[in-house]
Write a protein that binds this ligand. Structure first.
Ligand code: ZN
Length: 313
């Protein structure tokens, strides 16, 4: 087993293989070697700019914008700003990583990566069932979802239930983006479907393993936005896990470490980076953390991921 100098086994469960639409697999491998990351879990992303042309999606987005402070703050012509915002969204939604593309990367580097596919849940039931079949055929470990970019509310989406039922049967993992999202989705109203509390109705009905990415904490505009709701889920459901991708810095605060320990427990917290720039700083925050116990550090950095993904190391 390849380990870092302090002997920690490190698994990074949250890695995007592209930066601004360009593959960075070689850079990821370099960082993994440098920082002794044993395995990384790469994420596909199934989003579609054309969803914004659908009247239901467009109307909902406009309604959310009207409720937000955004237009008030702009203080100018509404129509122009909404148009500009939709252009930005369109560009963001075109940054996709297909399941096939992802599976090929995993296959090309045996032992280095696992893959979580992605399914755009605002599409038809037929589309969703096709993608589930694809994820099975490509041997992907589960799927990553972004409620605000895939325009679904997890509490109401029938497609989300279909996924939960299928993954429960297959033992596959769901990763759910929580918090706001870079770009226009930093406006909290546009991201409100990514509030972890919306996962509760379905968690009651399915025994599927769900990772709450970013602890409900991530938001450039309102950091900590749905952290309380995330902890609440962790307190109630044993099949809920959390990753600290993009928010490892919150573990510097003793009060936060205690809140996680008391509500969730560190045997449910996974190491994740989001982007390679965060790998080293995030590992350092954990390894040198005065508030974490030694066995908690081991669990977060790798052992929890070994358990959840049934890794053979
Ligand atoms: Zn991410």
């Amino acid at each position: 087993m390849y380990e870092n100098e302090k002997g920690y086994l490190i698994v990074d469960v949250h890695v995007h293989p592209k930066r601004r639409g360009v593959l960075i697999v070689d850079e990821i491998l370099n960082v993994m070697d440098e920082d002794n990351v044993k395995l990384s879990i790469l994420l596909a992303r199934d989003t579609d700019p054309n969803d914004l042309n659908r009247p239901d999606v467009k109307d909902t987005m406009v309604e959310k914008l009207r409720r937000s402070d955004f237009l008030v703050h702009m203080g100018m012509d509404d129509f122009f700003h909404v148009f500009e915002l939709f252009m930005l969204m369109r560009e963001r939604l075109s940054r996709t990583v297909s399941n096939v593309e992802l599976a090929n990367i995993v296959k090309q580097h045996p032992g280095r990566f696992l893959g979580l596919g992605s399914i755009n849940l605002c599409k038809s039931e037929e589309y969703v069932r096709d993608k589930l079949r694809e994820i099975d055929e490509l041997s992907l470990a589960g799927a990553k979802f972004w409620p605000q970019l895939q325009f679904f509310n997890p509490a109401e989406s029938e497609n989300y239930r279909i996924v939960c039922e299928h993954f429960q049967k297959k033992g596959k993992i769901i990763m759910m983006h929580t918090g706001t999202c870079p770009g226009p989705w930093e406006i909290p109203e546009l991201s409100e479907d990514a509030n972890p509390k919306l996962l509760e109705p379905v968690l009651r009905d399915y025994d599927v393993q769900v990772i709450i990415a970013h602890f409900g904490y991530y938001s450039a505009t309102c950091p900590g936005i749905w952290f309380k709701e995330a902890l609440e889920l962790g307190r109630k459901y044993a099949n809920v896990w959390f990753d600290i991708s993009a928010v490892a810095y919150i573990l510097r605060e003793e009060k936060i470490v205690e809140a996680i320990r008391n509500n969730v427990g560190f045997d449910k917290v996974l190491f994740g980076s989001d982007y390679i720039e965060y790998v080293k700083p995030s590992i350092d925050i954990i390894i040198n953390n005065p508030h974490l116990k030694e066995n908690e550090k081991e669990r977060i950095l790798g052992l929890n991921a070994v358990e959840l993904f049934k890794l053979k190391m």
